[in-house]
Design a protein around this ligand. Sequence first.
Ligand code: PMP
Length: 431
Amino acid sequence: MTSDDLLARHRAVLPSWMPLYYAEPLELVAGSGRRVTDAAGRTYLDFFGGVLTTMVGHDIPEIREAVEQQLRTGLVHTSTLYLIRQQVELAEKIARLSGIPDARVFFTNSGTEANEAALLVATNHRRSHQILAVRNSYHGRSYATMGVTGNRGWSASALNPLQVAWLHSGERLRGLLARLDAADRVDAAVEDLREVLATQTAGDVACLIAEPVQGVGGFVHGPDGLFAAWKKVLDEHGILLISDEVQTGWGRTGEHFWGYQAHGVTPDLLTFAKGIGNGFALAGVVGRAEVLESVPAISFSTFGGNPVSTAAGNAVLDYLLDHDLQGNAARVGAILGDGLRAAVAGLDEVAEVRGKGLMLAVEFVHPGTVEPDAALTTRVFEACRAGGLLVGKGGLYGNVIRMGPPLTLTEDEAREGLAIMADAIRASIEA
Ligand code: PMP
């Protein structure tokens, strides 16, 4: 059966609101290292890894062996009602790495569920369903996490179970705080927070949920130190800080293990997902015992922290620490970032190349303005694929190319992808 047949069947049976990348959607059937192969046998360099999910690369022997060893026991028995050795071991490692004192870890199956759990905990702990969230954010596809997602394009419901007040993100290009220098943007964002608290909330507020670098939002972020400045105000009111590390965790940003560390502050709760399973469903929330254990009833998960996912998680975490993949993200990310900046120098169609480590984005605009050029972005996106490079697309206006390759990306692969990207941008501008 060809991928065309599969596409027709996909369209007939899956909901129409599930988007597919590319004018001719891609069926990937195999992977190795940083490369994937489609059903027609064509190989691509993978600079997106699902969505920053394939953290250590495709078909890594150490990960495969850990999962196969678990499968060979014959036991794919799940439920948090039983002792699961690799779940406990992984929780110990994550608690130690989290930077959160007296940390407890609750495993879930997706980032959505992890944020849902964090919101559940924060609202219970504070006995309030008032939440501060950030414009242009993405936190998941459940009812509550959609409610704190500041991007209507990804909010499938206009209803909201939470009472949400929206903060400016401190980003550089657009919005009220744009074009201020970094220190002024932090001051303005703090003023915004104080004003929102004074004018849009009443009584206790549960938490602020924020991404250190907004993933779906196009890898935009406020100045370093912003979370710490926010937290000072939050602490005056006892409001909890949730750092959504679904995209920024595990050394992705190169400079730190968690995104929040760029801000010189420790959150009360952090959520993780995506890369830690390297493709297996594994996610969770970490928080101080006093906060995480404050839910009024016992909680349970059938699949959260299951033996296969946590076997993968332990192997992924060990691999990434043993191979200093955070260091690799910093080193190869700098090569890729500098190369991208050089490739687009002088192009008025590119507003900015930004990001941290191996989380890099290029934003396209109509020359001389900050007006998004989604059509050009789509041409670049398709041209990359035609050239043999898979990247992501995103941003509030669909005008951002996103790169989040496996953290094992080599210097040669970075240069190879860079050349394809540079050609794609040039050809798409001329088209
Ligand atoms: N938070 C962030 C920052 C994300 O990028 C995503 C997924 N794109 C989620 C939460 C939701 O994760 P999942 O798709 O695993 O539910």
